[in-house]
Design a protein around this ligand. Structure first.
Ligand code: HEC
Length: 113
């Protein structure tokens, strides 16, 4: 019995870590699933319906404050609907988005000489 008590949590922690996606990956999945990307673009680049969010998203405090309360232009996602734990994952995803390449490193946009 004692052995079983030791084994069970061990199995749980091993399987949880084997299958759990990183916060950043979970944040990306959420960003797409709950529709932020519909207005802000799949990599937060912005679009007709919402401004650019990444790279360099706003600081966490202001970010959470805005998303939970929002303005008239964006639906608010109250903490009951989108808890901070999940919103932090979304923020982590937005933080992970790299800046775009400089124009002169994009072959199609490089000026012809
Ligand atoms: C229906 C379209 C729509 C959806 C869906 C949406 N947003 Fe927005 N979002 C907007 C618009 C429009 C603004 C600009 C609001 C303003 O300036 O008053 C905005 C602004 C923001 C801002 C502030 C950006 C800044 O620089 O001021 C953040 C952060 C943000 N959205 C995050 C999110 C997240 C996270 C989600 C998903 C949980 C989301 N939005 C879903 C339309 C949307």
């Amino acid at each position: 019995m004692k052995r079983l008590l030791i084994l069970v949590p061990l199995i749980f922690s091993v399987s949880a870590s084997a299958f759990a996606a990183s916060p950043t990956e979970q944040g990306r999945a959420l960003f797409l699933k709950i529709g932020c990307s519909q207005c802000h673009g799949t990599v937060g680049q912005g679009g007709a319906a919402g401004p650019r969010l990444a790279p360099e998203p706003m600081e966490w405090e202001a970010f959470a404050q805005f998303v939970h309360n929002s303005s008239d232009a964006m639906p608010a996602y109250r903490e009951k609907i989108l808890p901070d734990l999940q919103l932090k994952q979304i923020h982590s995803y937005l933080q992970s988005i790299p800046p775009p390449l400089p124009v002169d490193q994009i072959p199609l946009l490089r000026g012809k000489k």
